[in-house]
Design a protein around this ligand. Structure first.
Ligand SMILES: C[S@@+](CC[C@H](N)C(=O)[O-])C[C@H]1O[C@@H](n2cnc3c(N)ncnc32)[C@H](O)[C@@H]1O
Length: 207
């Protein structure tokens, strides 16, 4: 998927999921699980492939200290506008998810959220993202990945199943797989997105 082009022509349908209660509800339910038993501020969160920060802003509003990283400058400009409109604090970094340390995103993230980046990467990109996330995440971090089911969809993300997630995130255990959108729209059904949230914890940590 050519995200530079997509943002340049104003094509960013993934943002609409923030206004789609079945998806938003499921994602925020998973986030709430990471907040349970704690009071805000909940700690540092990294929104990987943040885009225009639709989810990063939600996390910030809930009391996370959020950093968003994306490779597309235009997406980050939209993110800045959204953050300012929302009146929240959120740090933005331009960088590649395959080189998070080089991008200087920081470290010690308790929550790493990816809504739609990992599943579009090459195998090498996925492996690099897994390695980089492992390097910048806190020892007790949770990773949440939103992936289409694996399927060729032309220029759209090819998706990723459990095996691909586990291959990229060695050292992590998939603790949960949840249907991300229980009420997909007609396009999502046609393209068989069949989206899932993968929740990961480091091997040896409690679920
Ligand atoms: C499907 S969009 C999702 C954006 C946002 N997470 C959301 O849900 O609205 C995927 C995002 O990943 C970003 N992206 C793709 N490859 C990337 C890479 N290698 N490094 C950083 N960001 C990347 C794109 O620019 C795009 O904003």
């Amino acid at each position: 998927m050519n995200y530079r082009l997509a943002y340049a022509i104003g094509f960013h349908p993934w943002e609409d999921l923030a206004e789609h209660p079945p998806f938003a509800g499921k994602l925020l339910e998973l986030v709430a699980r990471e907040e349970a038993g704690c009071e805000p501020p909940y700690g540092p969160a990294l929104d990987v492939g943040t885009g225009s920060a639709v989810w990063g802003v939600r996390l910030a509003m809930r009391g996370w200290r959020v950093t968003g990283v994306d490779i597309v400058e235009r997406a980050l400009r939209r993110a800045r506008e959204r953050i300012d409109e929302a009146g929240v604090e959120m740090r933005l970094v331009r960088g590649d998810v395959a080189a998070l340390r080089q991008a200087d995103v920081g470290s010690g993230f308790r929550l790493v959220l990816d809504t739609g980046t990992f599943h579009g990467l090459s195998d090498a990109g996925r492996e690099a993202m897994g390695r980089e996330v492992s390097a910048i995440a806190a020892p007790d971090a949770t990773v949440l990945l939103d992936c289409f089911a694996p399927l060729r969809r032309g220029p759209l993300p090819r998706g990723a199943g459990r095996a691909a997630v586990e291959a990229a995130f060695s050292g992590w255990t998939v603790t949960d797989i949840e249907v991300a959108d229980p009420e997909p729209d007609a396009l999502a059904r046609l393209l068989k997105f069949d989206e899932r949230f993968y929740r990961l914890r480091r091997n040896g940590t409690t679920a």
